[in-house]
Design a protein around this ligand. Sequence first.
Ligand code: NAD
Ligand code: UDP
Length: 315
Amino acid sequence: MRVLVAGGAGFLGSHLCDALLGEGHNVLCVDNLITGREDNLAHLTNESRFEFKIQDISQPFDFGKVEYVYNFASPASPVDYMEHGVETLQVGSFGTFHCLEYAKKYGAKFFMASTSECYGDPEVHPQVETYWGHVNPIGPRSVYDEAKRFSEALTMAYLRYHKVDTHIVRIFNTYGPRLQVNDGRVISNFMKQALTGEDLTVYGEGQQTRSFCYVSDEIEGILRLAKSDEHLPTNIGNPNEFTILECAKKVLEVTGSKSKIKHEPLPQDDPKQRRPDISKAKRLFGWEPKIQLEEGLKLSLEYFKKAVARTAVAK
Ligand code: NAD
Ligand code: UDP
């Protein structure tokens, strides 16, 4: 198949490009590089089945016939989407619309990368797909949360009204090589701080929880969902839940760092708890994650060491 990956120069998108090439497909990657890096695709320069185009998907585009459209384009870390609030709303609305129109025009399947943020600061725990969420529609995170909720609504509308074959994944905190060191997400911040001897910045008391999924597990779940008949949103994440303080200690242990922990104010509307209920993915296509946090951090260590050194040289 010829497949399009929007946002393919980002962390997850670039791993998805690799996986799709590995399955034998021809991959057309489009990205405007707002948060992604061409460096993530450098290893594909001589791959004849891979094309890269710089394109803002919030503007209309047409690169000819494809059989599958994967929409992974959007700033994803809270620091990035709060810096690019309007662009985040645009890519979640116009960008998703253009991808769906593209899929409709060529009779292609469509896959939407949505998020656990659709559940907001959840009152149901763990989060099951049937929960409608608890989102502040006008708070600082709303540029992302509501854009993704709109993307989901638009995707369901193209399924119902235009019979496009669509799929929606709700991704829970994923990490691994190619995560941007300066994107402000908790794993990137803690790894960078631990490796440079800075204090680890735990926001609030660090009692809020997250459940971290290693990138290879996430991509495997995404590919299985993409091949399934399921149209409704499906959680893909690791249900092993940690407080942020526990996560900081795990990073110190894995890196062998002597850094200390310091506390900084908790950002507004920061979800207090997050953990996926993955029984649906298990039941539908037998997926569950294999790599737990400690092993995943060890697998990511070399990448972070190099990325931190590169950032220091650039400075
Ligand atoms: P990322 O920032 O590394 O990648 C996003 C990519 O999209 C970047 O390359 C960026 O340049 C590109 N992009 C943004 N706006 C664009 C536009 N208008 N046109 C073209 N390209 C554009 O982030 P990521 O972690 O790889 O996230 C990828 C997708 O997965 C996002 O949609 C994100 O919302 C979703 N997601 C990720 C996580 C996670 O934990 N990593 C969790 C939930 C959802
Ligand atoms: N966090 C933290 N220190 C940091 C970065 C993040 O304590 O340096 C916390 C943040 O407040 C949140 C959690 O870690 O509770 C996960 O944050 P992240 O930005 O990675 O993603 P989120 O899950 O909030 O989208």
